[in-house]
Design a protein around this ligand. Structure first.
Ligand code: CMP
Length: 139
């Protein structure tokens, strides 16, 4: 059953490039309610665990290095059909393929440094949310 919640991160490139406000504006204009949010930084162990599904990929080391190099904004978002609608709002992984009006089209610079994360399933949204936020931090 759809939970209507998804998990997002504004990645280190989005934070470094000054796009926290712009990205949050697109998220709220897109109809998402912020359930939880914080500025935080992943350790190497955090990033290896969060991206364990990609551990055999050739870009894994680069991905962990990138995701730990500076702060991120972690957030839980709520909306009807949240996971799918948020994937539509962020656009394709590679900004060269991202549709007009998407967050990655506007703010991502490469397939690796693509500004924002969005959960790919309700199950992963719940796992990723619990990775970052205790129940009492979810409003
Ligand atoms: P995302 O889809 O949020 O989660 C997995 C991440 O791995 C992806 O964003 C990119 O940041 C990164 N990634 C995917 N493919 C590549 C690639 N070919 N080269 C470098 N990084 C990649």
């Amino acid at each position: 059953m759809a939970t209507n919640r998804t998990f997002t991160m504004i990645k280190p490139d989005g934070v470094e490039n000054g796009h926290i406000g712009g990205i949050l504006n697109m998220i709220t204009e897109g109809g998402f309610r912020i359930v939880s949010m914080k500025l935080t930084q992943l350790t190497v162990a955090d990033a290896q665990k969060f991206y364990a599904v990609h551990s055999a990929r050739p870009f894994f080391g680069e991905l962990v290095e990138f995701m730990t190099r500076g702060p991120i904004v972690a957030a839980i978002l709520e909306k009807d059909n949240a996971v799918e609608d948020f994937r539509t709002l962020i656009g394709a992984t590679n900004p060269a393929d991202a549709a007009e009006g998407t967050i990655r089209k506007k703010y991502a610079t490469s397939i690796g440094e693509n500004a924002v994360h969005g959960s790919d399933s309700d199950e992963n949204a719940a796992i990723e949310s619990a990775f970052h936020f205790a129940g009492r931090e979810q409003f």
